[in-house]
Design a protein around this ligand. Structure first.
Ligand code: SF4
Length: 361
């Protein structure tokens, strides 16, 4: 299995909480030049790719012609899962037809919340009407594998607001939900406001209560949790692309801020878009076996299926229960469990995962 990630770093405006690699493009030429660089870079990476994921930024802000040029770079690939991220305000049926023409079979839609006041706070530009229209337009084109991104823990959000978001989300014709907890990251507007005392995050007790609500509400409504922040309507709708990352399979990254992994080395592209267009450079770092072992455990325990003790033995010839004695205490405390030769988090363990994985670093 091998994945390909393609980063489109352009956005129409910047969201208050976002610390991803993104910028508002100078002009249309900048996007054209970026796509030309991606085309040259693609020649340096080798498939076949099990999955392709075009993320951002906002790939849907490309115009129809730019979208065609971008997707034509990958037209000879035959991934089983081919995802693109879309924002509702920049989707059009014509762009949807281009996705269909180039065999994109999965869309990840940036929704975040259905509450207008919170959308404004997050500086998101779309309306709920645009979300509903995008989903029904994609469905009409036969693109039915749709994931939506949502956020909980928005400042001033109440449990009632969250339940309302959950109610609308589960009424939509979508197969997958990524539900992230808002965290206030450096170099964001929220961080600046927080430092000035102008933004009050919700309490940590309410965060935990909200997370519990998300898990139980989605479960009751047919979405099983398969990773800390990800829920699918059936196993076939779990994101294969992400599972490749989390299981330490190799992947390539194209575009500013992207990274790749070949089994021994990780490489990183600079986040500077102009630099990337001029001359994409990568920093390569050798990954020692200890680092890979820790990564495998950290990523693997985020998945409800946990980590396979058998695969750890074949990859590293190690046993984490012997190497990290604290894990046995976590098992006794009901945070972890060993089942079918997999070490996995319990529901209680999911809430304390950050604490658990501290033992690996
Ligand atoms: S959250 Fe997405 S749309 Fe908003 S600024 Fe970040 S990358 Fe752009």
């Amino acid at each position: 299995m091998k994945a390909l990630y393609v980063h489109i770093p352009f956005c129409e405006s910047i969201c208050s909480y976002c610390n991803y690699c993104k910028r508002v493009p100078k002009d249309a030429l900048m996007i054209d030049n970026y796509i030309n660089t991606l085309k040259k870079e693609k020649e340096k990476v080798k498939g076949p790719f099990t999955t392709i994921y075009i993320g951002g930024g906002t790939p849907s802000m490309l115009n129809k012609q730019q979208l065609k040029s971008l997707l034509s770079i990958f037209e000879n690939e035959q991934p089983s899962e081919y995802t693109i991220e879309i924002n509702p305000e920049s989707y059009t049926i014509d762009k949807g037809k281009v996705l269909k023409e180039y065999n994109v079979n999965r869309v990840s839609l940036g929704v975040q919340t259905f509450n207008n006041e919170h959308l404004k706070k997050l500086n998101r530009l779309h309306t709920n009407e645009q979300v509903f229209k995008t989903i029904s337009s994609l469905n009409s084109l036969g693109i039915n594998n749709i994931s939506i991104d949502l956020i909980f823990g928005i400042p001033s959000q109440t449990k009632e607001d969250l339940l309302n978001d959950l109610k609308i989300a589960t009424s939509l014709n979508v197969t997958h939900i990524s539900y992230y907890e808002l965290s206030i990251e450096e170099k964001t507007l929220f961080h600046l406001l927080y430092q000035k005392g102008l933004l009050e995050p919700i309490s940590s007790d309410l965060q935990v209560e909200m997370y519990e609500t998300v898990i139980s509400y989605l479960k009751e409504n047919g979405f099983h949790q398969y990773e800390v922040s990800n829920y699918a309507k059936a196993i076939k709708y779990e994101s294969l692309h992400n599972k490749i990352y989390w299981s330490l399979y190799p992947y390539e990254g194209l575009g500013a801020g992207s990274h790749g992994f070949d089994g021994s080395y990780r490489y990183y592209h600079s986040e500077n878009v102009s630099e990337y267009i001029k001359e994409p450079k990568v920093i390569k770092e050798f990954q020692t076996e200890d680092v890979l072992y820790a990564d495998y455990l950290i990523f693997g325990l985020r998945m409800m299926q946990g980590v396979s003790l058998e695969r750890i033995k074949s990859l590293f010839n190690r046993n984490p229960l012997e190497d990290f004695k604290e894990l046995n205490t976590f098992i006794k405390d009901g945070l972890l469990v060993v089942e079918d030769n997999h070490l996995k988090p319990t529901l209680k363990g999911t809430f304390l995962l950050n604490k658990i994985v501290e033992v690996f670093v």
